[in-house]
Design a protein around this ligand. Sequence first.
Ligand SMILES: NC(=O)c1ccc[n+]([C@@H]2O[C@H](COP(=O)([O-])OP(=O)(O)OC[C@H]3O[C@@H](n4cnc5c(N)ncnc54)[C@H](OP(=O)(O)O)[C@@H]3O)[C@@H](O)[C@H]2O)c1
Length: 344
Amino acid sequence: MGQTTRQIVLKRFIDGAPSPNDFEIVERTLPDLQEGEFLVRNILVSVDPGTRARLSGKPSYIPPLRLGDLVGAFSIGEIVESRHPKFAAGDLVALAEGWSEHLISKGRGFIRRITDRRLPLSAWLGVLGVSGMTAWFGLHRVAGIREGQTVVVTSAAGAVGSAAGQIARLNGCRVIGVAGGPDKCGWLTGAARFDAAIDYKAETDLEAAVRSAAPDGVDILFDNVGNHMIDRVIPSMNPNGVIVVSGQVAAYNTDDAPGLMNTRAFITHRLKMQGLVVFDDLPQWSEAERRMADHVAAGEIAWRDEITDGLESVPEAFAGLFRGENRGRRLARLAPDPFEAEMA
Ligand SMILES: NC(=O)c1ccc[n+]([C@@H]2O[C@H](COP(=O)([O-])OP(=O)(O)OC[C@H]3O[C@@H](n4cnc5c(N)ncnc54)[C@H](OP(=O)(O)O)[C@@H]3O)[C@@H](O)[C@H]2O)c1
């Protein structure tokens, strides 16, 4: 008899901002473990704005979910039973399966074994997980970041944005964050040591605010938000500047996202704009992860997460992302960390 578990599934297709009522928790019995599979008990699951792209029933860069499907997410869990030659019971792994208390994996696709326990497990779903790696590869591979450049980051107090700004700082760049509200901006120029932060909710003229924070122009824009932000930064871009399209959180809840207006600067200033899907960088992931882990363990990168309790807390935590409520990475704890339990 397979493992009984609880999962969050999509109850109705979402039109506009997500609500907890769009999801439901169901109990399911997982199939018996087959040769080449292992069973994971999830400890932490992630709450990501990017998940929204799959919840409208419309095609996106990954196929949309159907009603009743498990909602996708990243998680870290402990292997409780293994019939896989390369994974053993007791291993801690990060996976990209979904909001579920237990999962069966074939050990393929996105899967990371976590052995470095210098930092709390939650770091491996945030600053050292997909969020931090998106920042790392967006700046290193896509933008080709160089010392002395000026970098603007949007949704800068989020998990991806805060990592991006601090990687840029560690590369000797001047860093300006754009975020909503004085509390987030205070954290950026305080703990995260950005050179400047712009509270876009308080600014009546964001374009002028960017110009004033970056008097020598902007070399890299790392955008997590969408075209209306990009358009406000383009007039400050230096020749050969690069716009990294990491995410479009402002566009996920609408079919009517604005286009770009200031495109002439792509010619006059030889600008480049390129997106990324971080999983394209899996071959280089281990090296990037190791270097980021050293920075984080040395206290050179500040990060924060907000951890809620239980599967029940996830839908509300998800909806709150689109109201700007999160301070850093949102996660939910589904089970105790066995390592911390041992240390206690
Ligand atoms: N390309 C990839 O491979 C990849 C991988 C992972 C993540 N991503 C993307 O990276 C971006 C950041 O992810 P994250 O996990 O760190 O989340 P995040 O930035 O914390 O996202 C939530 C934040 O977005 C901002 N926001 C929400 N609605 C907004 C709106 N309408 N206009 C402006 N800002 C809004 C809010 O911050 P403020 O209060 O500051 O507005 C909110 O707190 C997301 O777009 C995600 O999809 C991309």
